[in-house]
Design a protein around this ligand. Structure first.
Ligand code: ADP
Length: 481
């Protein structure tokens, strides 16, 4: 069974968030499981410079609203890159601090069509096309429209994975011609969304199966609160929506072999974690080196609950905790975090950057990991932090609810701390409970070991995806758009 992956980012090539981890790891794991799988990605400038993929000497053409645009194919590892300087030969993936690139609809409509042309040019006839998020959500719709009578794709089934409903690729209706889609699809049952074109919706109405990255999020996105306006579309397709919890790469994220942390440790011998904590105190200038360290790593956005945390950070530092923050994101939050940094008697330090080695030091050196997300499709931070013996303090939503078991001090059972409310005070109370538990060393050790014992490797999700693919490939019916 051949699987074609298409995504706008994937590790190790380009990453802005968890989508990259999932796309990159899943394709590698499938290949390890002897499934022929190819991953198609845009050849961004940063990939070209860093990986120098090999030119395959193959070109594909896409008609973009009357203009014929050519993309050349380049290969590296499991990936085939589509180069088109005009669209991808620039710094950044989707935009700059000023906002999204104004030609994103053209860039990703081009890429989505070029992927299908490229697979044909390489004679890679997929049984399954598995696409991720809005950037490539038009691929299933192309299969059901422009490529409907194309014999090359006659046996192909499609899977669309939603990594975040908050990003849908919504554009003015004037952009429709660049998609190459028939005009009659521009209606409320099609890809129209309140007078505009919605790429994600295009995928939701056409993919044979829709998956998302945790079972709880699969239920949540069918509600008006979390569906971002597309809950009705999803409810109509409820029978085809499935939640498959993400994993993390257990070889890449392993405190027993991680070369970027100052001391290695494992569940059997956790003593090295104290050295990581000392190194983090040195790096972040924490004067009180024995205090518990509460860490946050992630996008500085309201989705991640940064606005719940900012109002309570001062109080938490006042209780005697150190706070370590690493993140990039909304300018307002970056400014506020920078203002806090260095203050509160040297108990808070924030780095506004994207820095994986530093993230590893924080995962290893912190005592608890903060994820007060308003919504969280799966979340990788809590999975990594548990692996590094750093239990999470998190909102009970989406994948956080599916992966963290709230700690009961009475039964001395659980793997982290969960709260339900949406207000800073809810987080404050939960953090207080976590910090009180931290003072009880015996209980804390049990909690840390329970968190480290959980298995969130890719073994289970890979099995689930393979089962889904083979069920789908064996199906003769198909979802009609
Ligand atoms: P998202 O919604 O952003 O995809 P996830 O929790 O699913 O959030 O994944 C975030 C991934 O990005 C994790 O691997 C996390 O370690 C990493 N990450 C986020 N921000 C940073 C940063 N500033 N520096 C280094 N790694 C980061």
């Amino acid at each position: 069974m051949k699987v074609l992956f298409a995504a706008s980012e994937a590790i190790p090539y380009a990453k802005t968030g968890g989508l990259a981890d999932v796309a990159g790891t899943l394709v590698t794991e499938l290949r390890k499981a002897k499934t022929p799988a190819l991953l198609f990605l845009p050849l961004y400038k940063e990939i070209e410079e860093k990986f120098r993929p090999e030119d395959m000497g193959v070109k594909v053409n896409v008609n973009l609203n009357g203009e014929s645009l050519s993309g050349s194919l380049h290969s590296h590892g499991p990936a085939v890159f589509i180069a088109c300087d005009r669209f991808f030969g620039r710094p950044e993936l989707y935009g700059t601090a000023e906002g999204d690139f104004p030609d994103n609809s053209k860039r990703f409509a081009f890429f989505s069509r070029a992927v299908l042309e490229a697979a044909r040019a390489l004679d890679f006839r997929p049984d399954i096309v598995h696409v991720h998020d809005w950037q490539v959500a038009l691929v299933p719709l192309y299969l059901k429209t422009l490529y409907k009578r194309d014999l090359f794709y006659s046996g192909t089934k499609s899977v669309l994975t939603i990594h975040n409903m908050g990003y849908q690729g919504i554009f003015p209706k004037e952009e429709l011609p660049y998609t190459g889609l028939p005009k009659d699809l521009f209606n409320p049952e099609g890809i129209e969304y309140f007078g505009r074109v919605n790429f994600l919706k295009g995928g939701l109405i056409s993919a044979d199966v829709i998956t998302t990255v945790s079972p709880t999020y699969a239920r949540e996105i069918m509600t008006p609160e979390q569906g971002f306006g597309l809950d009705g579309v999803l409810r109509k397709r409820a029978d085809s929506v499935k939640g498959i919890l993400n994993g993390i790469d257990y070889a890449a994220w392993d405190p027993a072999s991680d070369g970027s942390i100052p001391a290695r440790y494992s569940r059997a011998d956790i003593s090295g974690k104290a050295r990581c904590k000392a190194a983090l105190a040195d790096r972040f200038g924490f004067k009180d080196r024995k205090a518990p360290v509460v860490a946050f790593i992630g996008r500085l956005s309201s989705q991640k609950g940064v606005d719940l945390f900012l109002p309570v950070a001062g109080e938490v530092a006042g209780w005697g905790a150190n706070i370590a923050v690493l993140g990039k994101g909304d300018e307002y939050f970056q400014r506020e975090m920078t203002k806090l940094s260095g203050g509160l008697k040297g108990r808070v330090h924030a780095e506004v950057s994207f820095d994986e080695p530093l993230a590893r030091l924080i995962y290893a050196g912190a005592d608890m990991f903060l994820m007060p997300s308003r919504y969280e499709p799966c979340g990788l931070g809590q999975l990594i932090s548990m692996r590094y013996g750093t239990p999470a303090v998190a909102r009970q939503t989406g994948g956080l609810a599916d992966t963290i078991e709230d700690f009961s001090p009475f039964k001395c059972r659980g793997t982290g701390f969960l709260f339900k409310g949406q207000f800073p005070d809810d987080l404050r109370q939960c953090l207080r409970a976590a910090l009180c538990t931290w003072l009880d060393r015996k209980r804390w050790d049990v909690l840390v070991k329970s968190a480290m014992k959980r298995d969130f490797s890719w073994k289970r999700p890979v099995r689930e995806y393979l089962k889904l693919y083979s069920e789908l490939a064996g199906r003769t019916d198909e979802h009609k758009t």
